[in-house]
Ligand binder design. Structure first.
Ligand SMILES: *[C@@H]1O[C@H](CO)[C@@H](O)[C@H](O)[C@H]1NC(C)=O
Ligand SMILES: *[C@@H]1O[C@H](CO)[C@@H](O)[C@H](O)[C@H]1NC(C)=O
Ligand SMILES: *[C@@H]1O[C@H](CO)[C@@H](O)[C@H](O)[C@H]1NC(C)=O
Ligand SMILES: *[C@@H]1O[C@H](CO)[C@@H](O)[C@H](O)[C@H]1NC(C)=O
Ligand SMILES: *[C@@H]1O[C@H](CO)[C@@H](O)[C@H](O)[C@H]1NC(C)=O
Ligand SMILES: *[C@@H]1O[C@H](CO)[C@@H](O)[C@H](O)[C@H]1NC(C)=O
Length: 503
């Protein structure tokens, strides 16, 4: 029954940096392109969630039967049994979470619990040579309980490992209320059983916490190292480096790049190797996720590689543009060679689009070849190839837990790659190409971008009031978190044991 100061003493050991921490940092010197920072507000939110879940998965909590023989004046030796001791309810008044050098301390103080139990006794005295016994129920209130634990957080081969480093539970006061029974019994119970009930509660809660942390650890270890984006791509969410613990936040680095789900041939780029920092201007946000522009360029490289970026355009809003008749005066040679032929346009990207992120701006440069095909009965005849450099600017927004985007056309340049129909007058062609980019190319790209890709967020959590900040070579999402309908979970928890996978 120690006060909180002892708890704090117990926990101080974890503020001393340990050797393993240093080792694990040097083991995983890979490159991280996405960083996640959980602020004090975010840690408080998660801590409250964990405490709520812990309480709900712990109660009702059965404690072992307590037996004791006590000597009473005149009565002699009385054998008392406390059975079916059950913690029905735990309330936590105050709690806090503190990141330290090697882990996180969580302390719940001023907790109370209500217990119910059955009591029974029997004795024989020299006066009456018969067995005397009685039984009844009692309620017990435990007050001023302090529960503390320190969790070590490590990167174990790319997954998060959670280790319970210290765990303690201290009970200060116990109040026993007998329903029925004699007053001598009542006094005897208080004197003899307080300590035992107290330590039974302490042990049971400590054991439950140990179990809970093991479950939470296996939950974290089972988190996938890849998040599927679509049939072509997934995000590599392998953890890199040791978690970065400051006195008010925890940071995680993950690889964060797109990778092909089937083929594995993304061109290697030279990325700068920085431990990226997460900077949210609004310090009250729970979570910051920073994505390096390399993440976007890895997506670009992947979809380019998946030959996803090639279109045959044979339907456009102004369909007459896809007949040589319409080009009669724009490219006379074309009409002369193939009068009144239908045409299509074969647009393909000649290299992966390049994405640059700067202060408040995202620029995309797309290199495309546009081949003009003339359609003959059973033949496709390429007649000219125009190389395009399209410059667009993009904006990103949050859609659910996805980061989605939209691009708009800024300008483009054209150059003739080759031609079977002589020179083309770009001045005349430009508005046509402009229309095609605006009405065919951009809507296609934007249809994909508006879906976006998932941010690395554990299932059950959703972003709330998120804002997106573009800074030099980085997109940062700053957001609060919500946990999917906790009140519903409360109701179903008992029936379906929904929390069994968590705590
Ligand atoms: C044990 O306690 C629980 C909850 O307090 C109660 O529902 C149950 O009836 C008790 N069992 C016995 C045998 O008294
Ligand atoms: C716990 O016990 C105390 C004292 O007996 C009582 O005031 C309180 O309402 C009880 N709480 C619950 C949830 O049963
Ligand atoms: C956290 O650390 C910073 C410096 O690293 C210090 O200025 C600040 O006061 C500390 N905050 C707390 C709550 O200890
Ligand atoms: C995912 O990222 C990790 C860490 O950078 C790397 O070691 C691993 O090879 C990547 N996985 C794939 C499939 O690319
Ligand atoms: C489109 O053009 C590319 C060359 O840029 C070519 O490889 C491909 O076969 C063409 N597609 C069709 C359907 O003509
Ligand atoms: C010219 O077109 C061919 C395909 O027709 C393409 O492979 C090549 O990259 C283009 N050249 C330039 C400079 O765009």
């Amino acid at each position: 029954m120690a006060p909180i100061t002892i708890l704090l003493l117990l926990l101080t050991s974890f503020f001393i940096p340990s050797q393993t921490h240093v080792l694990s940092t040097s083991l995983y010197q890979d490159q991280a392109f996405t960083s996640i920072l959980i602020s004090q507000q975010g840690l408080d939110f998660i801590k409250n969630l964990l405490i709520t879940k812990a309480i709900f998965s712990m109660t009702p909590l059965n404690l072992p039967t307590i037996r004791k023989s006590i000597n009473f004046p005149f009565l002699g030796s009385v054998h008392i049994v406390l059975s079916n001791i059950t913690v029905d309810k735990i309330d936590v008044l105050d709690s806090f979470v503190m990141p330290g050098d090697t882990g996180v301390a969580i302390i719940a103080s001023g907790a109370t619990c209500n217990l119910s139990m059955n009591w029974g006794y029997h004795y024989t005295t020299w006066a009456f040579p018969v067995d005397i016994s009685d039984e009844g129920s009692a309620s017990v209130q435990v007050e001023g309980m302090e529960v503390g634990l320190t969790l070590g957080l490590m990167n174990q081969e790319g997954t998060l490992k959670l280790k319970l480093m210290d765990c303690g539970c201290y009970v200060r006061d116990i109040f026993i209320k007998l329903n029925g029974g004699a007053s001598w019994l009542y006094q005897g119970m208080i004197n003899a059983f307080e300590t035992q009930i107290g330590s039974a509660v302490e042990n049971a809660i400590t054991n439950k916490l140990e179990e809970g942390i093991l479950k939470l650890d296996s939950f974290l270890q089972a988190l996938p190292k890849e998040i599927p984006v679509d049939e072509h791509a997934s995000l590599n969410v392998t953890f890199l480096n040791a978690p970065l613990l400051s006195n008010s936040s925890i940071g995680f680095d993950i690889n964060g790049l797109f990778r092909a789900r089937k083929k594995v041939s993304i061109p290697k780029y030279l990325y700068k190797n920085l431990r990226s920092s997460v900077l949210c201007t609004d310090q009250s946000k729970m979570l910051g996720i920073s994505l390096d522009e390399a993440v976007f360029n890895s997506a670009s490289a992947l979809y380019y590689d998946a030959e996803f970026m090639q279109w045959i355009v044979d339907e456009i809003p102004d369909q007459s543009l896809l007949n040589t008749a319409r080009w009669r005066f724009i490219v006379p040679q074309l009409y002369k060679k193939y009068p009144n032929h239908d045409m299509n346009l074969n647009i393909s990207l000649s290299s992966p689009p390049v994405i640059r992120i700067s202060e408040n701006n995202i620029d995309a440069t797309v290199y495309a070849d546009l081949i003009i095909d003339v359609l003959q009965t059973d033949q496709v005849i390429p007649v000219a190839c125009i190389s395009l450099v399209i410059r667009g600017s993009g904006s990103v927004k949050i859609s659910g837990n996805n980061l989605a985007g939209v691009v708009k056309l800024n300008d483009f340049t054209m150059s003739l790659n080759w031609s079977e129909i002589g020179n083309l007058h770009f001045g005349i062609i430009k508005p046509v190409i402009w229309t095609i980019i605006q009405t065919v190319f951009l809507p296609y790209v934007n249809a994909h971008l508006t879906k976006g890709f998932p941010l690395p967020i554990i299932r059950g959590f959703t972003l709330k009031n998120a804002e997106v900040i573009c800074s030099n070579s980085k997109v940062t999402v700053c957001s609060n978190l919500a946990y999917s309908d906790l009140s519903n979970l409360y109701r179903f928890q008992k029936q379906h044991n929904l929390f069994s996978t968590f705590v």
